[in-house]
Design a protein. Structure first.
Length: 505
């Protein structure tokens, strides 16, 4: 978006409101959405909350079910009162970005566009533009891959572009690279936990740096997230796919870099009985590859591989004999579907504009043209010690990311606010917030059982692109390692609260 129009901010907020735990496993489906029995392939439009209450599900072989993301980009939740049979394909894959330059379709209008994430996942980063410093954009989501940068090809004084980094999820993504000396883009961070609480999709790969004439290739979109919870039997005879998307082709022997691959999503299935010999796929995608013409000859630039996502299978009787390619599924008895009361953080206002309580993830706030580049942002926390310094992270569509810290928060543990200022470039940007705080020694000792026996000194919260209901929570060990908070740790945090007035850095 140009300066003459406005600045647009995509807001990622996180204040979770979910159904309460049940005393024993039950899908809690009301059945109000009836039986889901498509006879031909269908695209399902997600309702505002992403939740369906079915009586039963029957997807026969030869039928593919895809999804149209809702405004808040929530994951898919299928609650089923009876049985669910999946003989066809349930697809939540991120898309591949368009090919760029002479490798494209002849139209330059889609050059540099990112791949779109599946429901609950982040889009890829935009390809770089020559008019904007040539840097690729960062992928979206908590593990978005870094955008392609410019490296120097020794011994020449010629800058060459690098490919985008892969999105992270269960592990870090792979960094993108250029030719010698392999100055490349950053890999995406790991995040989330094996329990799927919260249920987070994959993250986008970073966009490749541009050439002098053509835009870089966009990054691949992250794989989506789905929870299938049935009171009866779930049969997976076909396929459930939440794969990350790849990066489009670039010029052969040109000067355009490719994007990184999107990371895989999350597939969680909870049932009394789980059977079948089908496939549950949450792999990340490989990044794109480009042959770059440099003064020293042709060098190869490779976009980073997106991390694999997660698969979790919970059943009282587990008879599933199918495959989960590239990863090992987490296995458990049926557990909690949702959890409430965790520490939370959300964006309240940007400039003079109030952020929607249920942000859409796209164009939530549009700043008027002609205003100051520096804006004030108000952030609210719940369950976080008063006096905590919060951090903002702004990812422009193209160019380097920007970070800023707030003044210490004021208020109470149950409701505190802090203000930060940050420079906002022209065009669309994505804004997220995070908080890092210490915990009392006694609580840290109690949390150590959920961190491999290591003493826990603090907690880290980060908003994600999942509408109003998602925040990533990590425990910080005394050695500085981040350990995803599991359901037991979240319950302990929600019941004890945070009482220390000091921030952990």
């Amino acid at each position: 978006m140009s300066r003459e129009s406005s600045k647009a901010l995509v807001v990622a907020s996180a204040l979770l409101t979910c159904p309460p735990d049940a005393s024993a496993f039950n899908s809690a489906s009301t059945g109000t959405d009836g039986d889901f029995s498509p006879v031909t392939s269908v695209e399902v439009a997600l309702p505002p909350g992403g939740i369906f209450n079915f009586r039963s599900i029957n997807i026969p072989a030869g039928v593919t079910v895809t999804f149209r993301r809702n405004a808040a980009n929530t994951p898919v939740v299928w609650l089923v009162a009876g049985d669910a049979f999946i003989g066809g394909v349930v697809r939540l894959d991120g898309s591949t970005s368009p090919a760029t330059g002479r490798a494209g379709d002849g139209s330059l209008l889609d050059d540099g566009d990112p791949g779109t994430g599946g429901p609950g996942a982040g889009d890829g980063g935009r390809g770089g533009e020559a008019s904007s410093g040539r840097l690729g954009g960062f992928g979206l989501g908590p593990g978005g891959g870094g955008g392609g940068v410019l490296g120097q090809y020794f011994p020449f004084d010629t800058l060459g572009p690098s490919c985008g980094g892969g999105g992270g999820h269960a592990t870090v993504g792979a960094g993108g690279n250029a030719g010698p000396p392999r100055v490349g883009s950053a890999s995406g961070d790991s995040y989330g936990n094996d329990h799927g609480l919260p249920l987070l999709g994959g993250s986008g790969g970073g966009g490749g740096a541009s050439g002098e004439r053509f835009k870089g290739s966009g990054g691949g979109g992250g794989g989506g997230a789905i929870l299938i919870a049935a009171s009866g039997t779930v049969t997976i005879a076909g396929q459930v796919s939440a794969r990350g998307g790849g990066a489009g082709a670039t010029d052969d022997e040109g000067d355009v870099a490719a994007g990184g691959g999107g990371s895989g999503g999350f597939v969680r299935i909870v049932a009394t009985r789980l059977i079948g010999a089908g496939v549950i796929d949450a792999r990340g995608s490989v990044g794109g590859s480009a042959r770059l013409a440099t003064p020293q000859g042709i060098v190869v630039c490779t976009g980073g591989q997106g991390s694999h996502g997660r698969v979790r299978l919970e059943a009282e009787t587990l008879g599933f004999t199918g495959s989960t390619p590239g990863l090992t599924a987490s296995i458990a008895i049926p557990g909690t579907l949702f959890i409430d009361g965790r520490p939370a953080i959300r964006l309240v206002s940007i400039g003079d504009i109030t952020v929607p309580t249920a942000p859409t993830g796209r164009g939530d706030v549009t700043l008027p043209p002609g205003g100051s580049d520096t804006v004030s942002v108000v952030i609210e926390t719940v369950g976080v010690p008063v006096g905590t310094v919060l951090r903002l992270r702004l990812v422009p569509a193209v160019g380097p990311l920007r970070v800023a810290e707030s003044l210490p928060s004021t208020g109470t543990v149950s409701s505190a606010r802090a203000t930060a200022t940050i420079d906002v470039p022209t065009g669309q940007s994505t804004l997220t917030a995070s908080a890092t705080y210490s915990v009392p020694v006694a609580l840290g000792a109690a949390l150590s059982r959920y961190a491999g026996g290591h003493h826990v000194k603090g907690v880290s919260l980060t908003t994600t692109l999942g509408g109003a209901g998602h925040v990533n929570v990590d425990l910080i060990t005394a050695g500085g390692t981040l350990v995803p908070a599991n359901i037991a740790a979240l319950r302990l945090l929600s019941t004890t609260g945070a009482r220390s007035p000091h921030s952990a850095h």
